[in-house]
Write a protein that binds this ligand. Structure first.
Ligand SMILES: [Zn+2]
Ligand SMILES: [Zn+2]
Length: 248
């Protein structure tokens, strides 16, 4: 079984200020013995060519991905071509799915955020291959319960994701996938339901601390996205202006 994370952001993200690079994330995933990882920036599909070799040397398969905003709602598009950046409507998504065999995941569908799918998951449920169990939950506050019920009712698999915005967020929830270690096989196995979610709740204190760090981090310097990511990896971090809200 492969340990897989399908929802992460890095300093290449055009929306959220993230204080670590894609290389840092790969290093951390390797420490935690992940086998596969998708970097899902907001509305930009990361060009993974220069990162794939670095990841492979650490035993990690990189899966192309994007967290696309469609009708104001977040949707994870995995293992599609860069055409996924041009999906602007659910009708576009249907056309993309007809052309390419990628994986469509509903992230944090019932979380209290404007970007959550909620009713759209019912309306466009046929376009989704899997539903996310999000790592941000405690034994007493868990917005995943509705997602789990929806997935069970509609016969869809769940995947465990950390929606990583800080490196310490990685690892408490993940998927175990029964597949060969390549992006196509992993996504096909998830569609076929050969996936098991491992999810450890955060304590209330840990969740509160994480949320506080996420919001405080908006005022901190971040890694400046560079055209040469290898050089950027070794370059000093430079402060840039940051938005005041985290887009989950
Ligand atoms: Zn999101
Ligand atoms: Zn996200």
């Amino acid at each position: 079984m492969l340990k897989v994370e399908l929802h992460t952001h890095t300093s290449d993200d055009p929306v959220d200020p993230i204080p670590y690079s894609t290389f840092d994330l790969i290093d951390r995933a390797a420490e935690l013995e992940y086998d596969a990882l998708a970097v899902t920036l907001h509305d930009r599909q990361l060009e993974i060519g220069c990162f794939s070799e670095y990841a492979a040397a650490r035993g990690i398969v990189l899966i192309p991905g994007i967290e696309r905003t469609i009708d104001g709602r977040h949707v994870l598009l995995l293992n599609f071509s860069s055409a996924s950046e041009s999906v602007n409507s659910f009708e576009d998504l249907a056309r993309l799915k007809a052309r390419e065999p990628g994986l469509v995941v509903a992230p944090h569908p019932y979380y209290p955020a404007a970007s959550a799918l909620r009713g759209h998951l019912n309306t466009y449920g046929h376009l989704f291959d899997a539903v996310e169990w999000n790592a941000m939950f405690t034994p007493f506050i868990n917005f995943n319960a509705l997602a789990e019920r929806w997935a069970r009712t509609h016969g869809k698999p769940m995947v465990g994701n950390c929606d990583v915005h800080r490196l310490e967020m990685l690892g408490t929830t993940y998927s175990l996938v029964d597949a060969e270690p390549n992006a196509d096989a992993i996504c096909q196995a998830i569609v076929a339901g050969r996936v098991h979610v491992v999810a450890h709740p955060l304590t209330f204190v840990a969740a509160a601390r994480m949320m506080a760090r996420l919001y405080a981090g908006n005022f901190m310097p971040r890694v400046h996205p560079e055209t040469d990511p290898v050089a950027a990896h070794h370059r000093r971090r430079a402060p840039v202006a940051s938005p005041l809200a985290i887009d989950i």
